[in-house]
Write a protein that binds this ligand. Structure first.
Ligand SMILES: N[C@@H](CCC(=O)N[C@@H](CS)C(=O)NCC(=O)O)C(=O)O
Length: 281
């Protein structure tokens, strides 16, 4: 492969580097503009978009409501990351890392901010006593797989997905590197799911809710164009069984639509009735 780039002694920001999202990527953090966040009537205020990381939380909230936890009613506000909403002053005050999802729990004496999808899932699971085993070894297993997801998905999204789908040109080296790692991760899941129904055993948990929007969606051919064929995802039979099983859950179907900017999505969600009359998925 010809080497066309020699790194300079000191990196400088090339604003015209190209690729999808080049317009929102910056080497500095902090707010770019003043903008307060809206606050609705429920104790839980979610600021998010219906990406795989955002959907983890809306699936959890819809599952909690479906399980009868009325206190999980929530307002979901759309943060359009392609338009730079994550750099508004109100959002940065909730998440200094400027990434969705972010949650404000206003049920206590003072508003509690939470960012990072894993932390939000654990907070909700502990608050409602649901979808996280209370004792070991189930709890240890669930948290291990939850952290596995948060640590592994950047290789899938930021690595494979970026170079296969978003980068301005197709480069063999990074696509090979991240396709290999993504297939290794798919094999980890496939072998694990060969022995059990869900990630932590016989019970569905926040580990499944975190992993499904990334690896379940990839297995079902819903991520990055033709990547399902490229990665031969149909070969991971146990992962396929699990991905299809979770996709049929009504709460998962609802959660996937919240804060989605697609035609069949709900840009904002403030009540269960907001789903009524939506176009078919
Ligand atoms: N580790 C974070 C990742 C969150 C993340 O990467 N969010 C993306 C959307 S899926 C985002 O907000 N990107 C906007 C940006 O990078 O400016 C989590 O699990 O919550």
């Amino acid at each position: 492969m010809p080497n066309t780039y020699t790194p300079p002694a000191v990196w400088t920001w090339d604003k015209s580097s190209g690729g999808k999202f080049a317009n929102i990527n910056r080497p500095i953090s902090g707010a770019t503009h003043e903008k307060e966040l809206p606050v609705g009537k429920h104790p839980l205020q979610l600021y998010s978009q219906g990406t795989p990381n955002g959907v983890k939380i809306t699936i959890m909230l819809e599952e909690l409501l479906a399980a009868g936890h009325a206190g999980a009613e929530y307002d979901a506000w759309l943060i359009e990351i392609g338009k730079g909403d994550q750099f508004g002053s109100g959002f940065v005050a909730v998440n200094p890392n400027s990434k969705i999802p972010a949650l404000v729990d206003r049920s206590g004496p003072a508003p509690l901010r939470l960012f990072e999808s894993g932390a939000i899932l654990v907070h909700l699971a502990e608050k409602f006593g649901a979808f996280l085993p209370k004792t070991d070894p189930g709890r240890a297993e669930c948290l291990s797989w939850l952290f596995w997801q948060v640590g592994s998905a950047p290789y899938l999204g930021g690595g494979f997905g970026h170079f296969y789908s978003y980068a301005p040109e197709k480069w063999e080296y990074p696509i090979n590197r991240f396709a290999m790692e993504t297939k290794r991760q798919l094999d980890v899941l496939d072998r694990h799911l060969a022995q059990r129904d869900y990630m932590t055993g016989s019970d569905y948990s926040i580990a499944d809710m975190a992993i499904w929007p990334w690896y379940g969606a990839l297995a079902l051919g819903k991520l990055y164009g033709n990547s399902g064929k490229f990665l031969a995802v149909e070969e991971y039979r146990h992962l396929q069984r699990w991905a299809h099983q979770i996709a049929t859950r009504p709460a998962v179907k609802r959660g996937r639509r919240v804060n989605s900017t697609s035609g069949s999505g709900l840009r904002e969600r403030h009540a269960a009735s907001d789903f009524d009359g939506l176009a078919a998925d």
